[in-house]
Design a protein around this ligand. Structure first.
Ligand code: RIB
Length: 351
């Protein structure tokens, strides 16, 4: 494998001149550059990433931190991040904190130690931006979080509050009056924004949702949704519809409904939030609020790269629209009397 010394020898110049020519950091005469380029070509010289980083001060790497790589939402988002980064010549290091907030600080420190050129904090806890060390100079973009949690770093996110409102409109249009909520983790601002939009819009329709019909899933996961749904549906058998803070929580609700022998959508309508690809495949297929997941990924990379090379680039809108996707988990509310029995956790029917 040839080295920079071989290139310098063949081109008849010093190693310093070769490194100046390759990094573009100092001017090198055209003739000399041509000789160096010929030598590089003839020797098939491949500068190491480490050498390039030392010459340019760039690792050509973005660091992306997500809370849960097993959630398809983050898989889809990361796939968009990687391809947008790749098309600009950047590699991506992905760290998943496995929903453990104590891991976030360590992962942020690891990305900084690797000298990534920019950090994307994606769907992290609301204090994650505070883990960025004080002297950190490279760009940080906060993705899928509310601006209140961004510590002043640029953000890209969906309109979470609007998503909650659209879900409320949909359930009201279907005639649901007895509506419950499986909210997201109480400490996360995006979950709070969805909940606020939903509750406020229900109030506008004259159907306020009392606290007794709401329960928070501790995490954006199926098991959390299953547990919360079991508890809500056994306590409130009169519910005809549930708004769930994300699709995984909604799958938990579908599961709980099936265990409790509640038919979806005949007896209970379920609506999610995200529109991950699995939602068009589960049975019944899930009605949900669609987030532009790929676009979130693209815009976050565009913001990071723009900050790395500021110029007269196009402004990037940090707020993405959401929309309703109607599938088969929601239907018109039953008009006949609701069952009066309540259920226990063991699915025995109590009169
Ligand atoms: O499914 C993961 C959830 O966490 C999504 O709703 C996303 O917006 C988020 O923050």
């Amino acid at each position: 494998m040839s080295t920079i010394n071989d290139v310098a020898e063949l081109a008849g110049v010093s190693v310093t001149t070769v490194s100046h020519a390759l990094s573009g950091k100092r001017p090198v005469a055209i003739e000399t550059r041509k000789r160096i380029a010929d030598a590089v070509e003839r020797l098939g010289y491949q500068p190491s990433q480490l050498a390039i980083a030392m010459l340019t001060g760039r690792t050509m790497t973005l660091g992306a931190l997500v809370p849960d790589i097993k959630n398809p939402f983050f898989g889809e988002l990361l796939s968009a991040v990687e391809s947008a980064a790749d098309s600009r010549g950047y590699g991506t290091i992905v760290s998943s904190t496995e929903l453990r907030r104590d891991h976030e600080r360590r992962q942020v420190e690891m990305l900084c130690a690797k000298q990534v050129d920019a950090i994307l904090l994606i769907g992290c806890s609301d204090d994650a931006a505070g883990f960025i060390p004080a002297g950190w100079k490279a760009p940080v973009v906060v993705v899928d979080q509310m601006p209140d949690s961004s510590q002043g770093f640029p953000t890209v996110r969906s309109d979470h509050e609007r998503g909650g409102r659209i879900a409320a409109d949909h359930l009201c249009q279907l005639g649901h009056r007895e509506v419950g909520v499986l909210a997201g983790p109480p400490t996360m601002l995006v979950a709070a924004a969805r909940l606020h939009g939903f509750l406020d819009q229900m109030k506008t329709h004259g159907l306020p949702v009392p606290r007794t019909r709401r329960i928070a899933a501790t995490q954006f996961t199926l098991p959390s949704g299953l547990k919360a749904a079991h508890s809500l549906l056994t306590r409130r058998p009169e519910l005809t519809a549930i708004f769930c803070a994300n699709d995984l929580i909604a799958y938990g609700a579908l599961h709980a409904a099936s265990e409790l022998d509640i038919d979806v959508p005949r007896d209970l309508s379920v609506i999610g939030f995200d529109d991950i690809f699995v939602s068009s495949m589960v049975q019944p297929t899930l009605t949900t609020i669609h987030q532009e997941i790929t676009e979130l990924g693209r815009r976050s990379v565009a913001l990071a790269v723009q900050a790395l090379a500021p110029g007269d680039a196009q402004p990037i809108d940090p707020l993405l629209e959401v929309s309703l996707v109607v599938r088969s988990s929601t239907a018109t509310a039953r008009t006949q009397d609701r069952p009066t029995q309540s259920r226990t956790m063991n699915n025995e029917v109590k009169r």
